[in-house]
Write a protein that binds this ligand. Structure first.
Ligand SMILES: [Zn+2]
Length: 380
């Protein structure tokens, strides 16, 4: 397989055997006409997909495999399976259940790279808790973090928490010492609380621009406070709905390319079309516009975005090429949460090939254990 390496722009020959990459060698000659070789997408916040809600107690292996299969069809090779706020004991029980499903399935082990607990250590404040039930928000404590560690062991685990809990700085230090990644989110923390959290080891901010009220103070708000903290990375929901194109572009300007990753924050409606879906026991509606809402409320409740569609929308918002934005949804999130790099010798034979043609863009998706798949974007 000859292609242009997305990292260098130079021609390479990719050789795979036994489900692994066995060689990736420079190829003499020019790049003209060759497709671009890209790693599959990595989504660090997936709450459900293809009508399957992960926020339930009884998700079956077949359902989880269906969600994973459909994510793979959307070029997503690895996810952090995300649990949103529920009773702490319920969250831990769900986590144990998903671990057991994953342990029994090579496919799930390949594609579920780890876990993201979005809550319950977040803000119960109106407007900031979003679709999370505020009554289940609790303080982060060393005891709870050790309970979590006993379940996940060394599996990559990301926590999203609000640093205004008085216990937060100490808990963040404990979480980091246990090997967890800590990002902030669903918070109305002060600049001082944010700085203290970063001093304690917080590394990022979850879905910046969301998890806050629709109307906020024009001079001092959580988005500005986070953008003013140069040590934080941020995930952005690249669906053009959760963040307007102008704010999306501004965030890229302020954060710079090294501090951004994309996520879908997908829930069950993603990859499944308009209709009514479950999200953690709530009924949510997805309109023809793809917007996910709790009936009667204006806040968004997760997205219906397919990962590969996030690439297309981000590229359009930034007026850039899909190849230019691809690292934001692959190498960067993987690096941010400590996942092994893709497209290296010895790594799984997972890759995508993007070919720009006169009529549009063609993306071939090759993932171990999944049928090859093609996504075509016609030029409009
Ligand atoms: Zn959220």
């Amino acid at each position: 397989m000859n292609a242009v390496d997305f990292r260098t722009g130079r021609p390479v020959r990719l050789t795979c055997a036994g489900g692994r990459i066995t060689a990736l060698e420079p190829l003499p000659g020019g790049a003209a006409g060759l497709p671009v070789l890209l790693p599959p997408l990595v989504d660090i916040q997936v709450n459900g997909y293809a009508s399957v809600d992960f926020q339930r107690d009884n998700c079956t292996a077949a359902e989880l495999e269906r969600a994973i299969e459909r994510l793979a069809q959307a070029a997503c090779g690895r996810i952090l399976l995300t649990l949103i706020t529920a009773r702490w004991e319920t969250m831990l029980a769900r986590l144990r259940h998903y671990q057991a499903l994953r342990a029994a399935s090579p496919r799930l082990r390949r594609r579920i790279a780890g876990w993201h607990l979005e809550g319950p250590f977040m803000s119960p404040k109106p407007g900031f808790h979003g679709a999370h039930p505020p009554e289940h928000m609790v303080a982060p404590t060393a005891e709870r973090l050790r309970e979590l560690k006993a379940i996940v062991g060394d599996e990559p685990t990301l926590l999203t928490l609000a640093p205004e809990w008085p216990e937060a700085p100490g808990a963040i230090r404990v979480a980091r010492s246990l090997g967890f990644h800590v990002w902030l989110g669903h918070t109305d923390a002060t600049a001082e609380q944010i700085a203290a959290a970063v001093d304690a080891g917080a590394e990022g901010y979850t879905h910046l621009g969301n998890g806050c009220p629709g109307e906020i103070h024009r001079h001092d708000n959580i988005i500005f406070r986070v953008l003013d903290e140069p040590r934080l990375r941020a995930s952005l929901i690249a669906d053009r709905i959760h963040i307007s194109p102008v704010l999306f572009r501004l965030m890229h300007q302020v954060l710079g390319p090294a501090r951004i990753c994309y996520t879908t924050d997908a829930m069950a409606a993603a990859g499944a079309g308009p209709g009514t879906y479950d999200l953690a026991g709530m009924k949510v509606e997805v309109g023809a516009d793809g917007i996910v809402r709790q009936p009667g409320k204006s806040n968004y409740a997760g997205s219906s975005l397919a990962p590969i569609e996030g690439i297309r929308r981000a590229a359009a918002m930034l007026r850039a090429s899909p190849v230019d934005v691809w690292p934001y949804f692959s190498t960067q999130p993987a690096a941010f949460v400590g996942l092994p790099p893709a497209l290296t010798v010895g790594a799984p034979a997972d890759y995508c090939l993007l070919q720009s043609e006169a009529k549009g863009t063609r993306i071939e998706i090759h993932l171990v254990g999944e049928p090859a798949r093609e996504v075509v974007w016609q030029e409009t």
